[in-house]
Design a protein around this ligand. Sequence first.
Ligand code: UD1
Ligand code: CA
Length: 427
Amino acid sequence: MKKRTDLSVVILAAGKGKRMKSERPKVMFDLAGWPLIRHVAETAKALTPARLVIVAGHGRDQVEAALDGFGAEIAIQREQRGTGHAVRSASRLLAKQGGTVLVLYGDVPLITAATLKKLLSTHRRRKAAATILTAVTADPTGYGRILRDDGPSGAILAIREERDATAAERAVTEINTGIMAFQSDLLWPALTRLKADNVQGELYLTDVPGLLIGKGEKVVAVTADDVLDVRGINSLSDLAEAAGRARMRILADHMERGVRIVDPSTTWIDRAVKIRPGATIFPFTVITGCVSIGKDCEVGPFSHLRTGATLREGAQVGNFVEVKKTVVGKGTKAKHLTYLGDAVIGERTNVGCGTITANYDGKDKHKTTIGDGVHVGSGTVFIAPVTIGDRVTTGAGAVILPGNNVSDDETVVGVPARVVSAGKERE
Ligand code: UD1
Ligand code: CA
């Protein structure tokens, strides 16, 4: 993809997130299988900026690790002295870049590339010094308010933080989403003029538009179509609300592409999950991490697919089946009460009710390999590492010990399992 040489993106992610009541840095909380910061970084990447800078501070090691290999630059804000100070931390990297600087907040994860493109095109068309993404909401509590001229122009005057606002200002329902585009050469000098003369004693990015207006520069706004896309995550209840929104978006996207989701209200699918059209997901299914589901697969009801699960075409997993780091072959079925972990299962195998791959010996994880056309009897336990050939049958309740590999066509029964009918070649 061609990079936009005139665009730099800065994502603010240095704050502690006190209101989350957790040691974990706020931007590292999980939303649909990715930390918040990853959602914002992926959306930023879709704009193909020339530079992408993440401002990290609190928990910076975790933030850096989460974006390892992502191609973003990291600027460190050692002390968290406010959002204006945070942007300034990126000046060393970006001051000479010129063009447009787009500031995103690491705690506003559901922002879409479409909304940002709209913001950037207005910013360029109007040749504004700064363009603010605003939103209108019945409940503006906690957000900065957009103060506009009462006159017919309705021009923007300033942004007022809630803590610094008068009662009349608090009644304003147009809020600052935090997302702003700036002309680079006007932004960096303005940041040096910020003062911490506010209730929090911080250097607010939100004071920059007012400073620019004071210098006779043009500041305009773009209003987001839906406030739910631009909500900031400040508390665990904000996070739960955003997770619900992310979920509906993900499900809608799958349905749009031809995946049948029988009951969206009880289905959770993480953002990195890949599902081929023609698959059906039944109610009460949870699919987390990196999972891949083939054409015509059936999943659920009540299935839990975890990271590393791959279901090949036409595979079926059903009630109370958990699958982790396992390949379930073409047309293979595991319909009831089963755990499949660290396994590779061939094609057209039937995994009976209550089957367990016992993959963990208390210290290490081990692998189970099961062939094609196997008939796994109910309640079979495979104690890994173990390899089972093609067309094997296991009796109900068989326990197959580590290393007791079973050859093609054999039937094994009992505890520990022993061969009762040998493979064809030995008949
Ligand atoms: C901020 C805005 C507010 C806006 C709201 C939108 C300011 C002063 N206020 O308030 O107008 O309505 O977002 O969600 O900007 N951060 C740093 N370093 C710091 C402080 C914050 O990197 O020193 C980062 C945080 O990690 C976070 C983002 O900046 O990702 C916003 O900080 P937060 O403290 O949540 O600001 P709000 O109070 O929500
Ligand atoms: Ca916030």
